[in-house]
Design a protein around this ligand. Structure first.
Ligand SMILES: [Fe+2]
Ligand SMILES: [Fe+2]
Length: 166
């Protein structure tokens, strides 16, 4: 897994906006990995590629699956932890691995993100990863419910699991 080569490949695949978001997520994932003692290269690769299939599908809900598939087929990623982190980056799931948590949060707080509450979330992410996850899942569920969009049960289950764990 050569980061520079993966970056080049990704740059050819996606537009500048998504590319910048991917780099931002990669750098955020690297910082989180340092704080929470996770493999830095794996965190960077997962952050960089988490949305690699997004430009190929219009449906926002399926882009995680598409990205995981492309990471394997096009980018040659074989590491299951990386693939799972890509696969679950939009919904979360019960009993998430450390890398899944890092990527979920890195995606939400990377420097290009700008929404109400992001500053608070950025702070919490580096103090208490699980708490940041709970906050972020609650935000997402709230957002979806307010707009009468379809709620993903994986997110609800992930949230309940994290709360029970505390
Ligand atoms: Fe995504
Ligand atoms: Fe993303």
């Amino acid at each position: 897994m050569n980061i520079e080569e993966l970056k080049k490949e990704l740059k050819n695949e996606v537009g500048p906006k998504l590319y910048n978001h991917s780099i931002g997520t990669m750098e955020e994932a690297e910082k989180l990995a340092k704080v929470y003692n996770y493999d830095i290269l794996k965190a960077k690769v997962a952050g960089l590629l988490h949305d690699c299939g997004k430009s190929r599908c219009g449906d926002n809900l399926t882009h995680a699956k598409k990205s995981a598939d492309l990471a394997i087929i096009k980018y040659g990623i074989k590491d299951k932890e990386i693939i799972d982190a890509i696969l679950y980056h939009t919904t979360g799931r019960v009993n998430m691995t450390l890398l899944e948590k890092i990527i979920y949060i890195a995606d939400k707080i990377e420097p290009g993100r700008n929404y109400e509450g992001v500053e608070e979330l950025r702070k919490i992410a580096y103090l208490d990863l699980n708490k940041a996850l709970i906050m972020s899942l609650e935000n997402t569920i709230d957002y979806v419910e307010k707009r009468n969009m379809e709620l993903d049960m994986e997110s609800v289950k992930a949230l309940n699991y994290l709360k029970e764990e505390r």
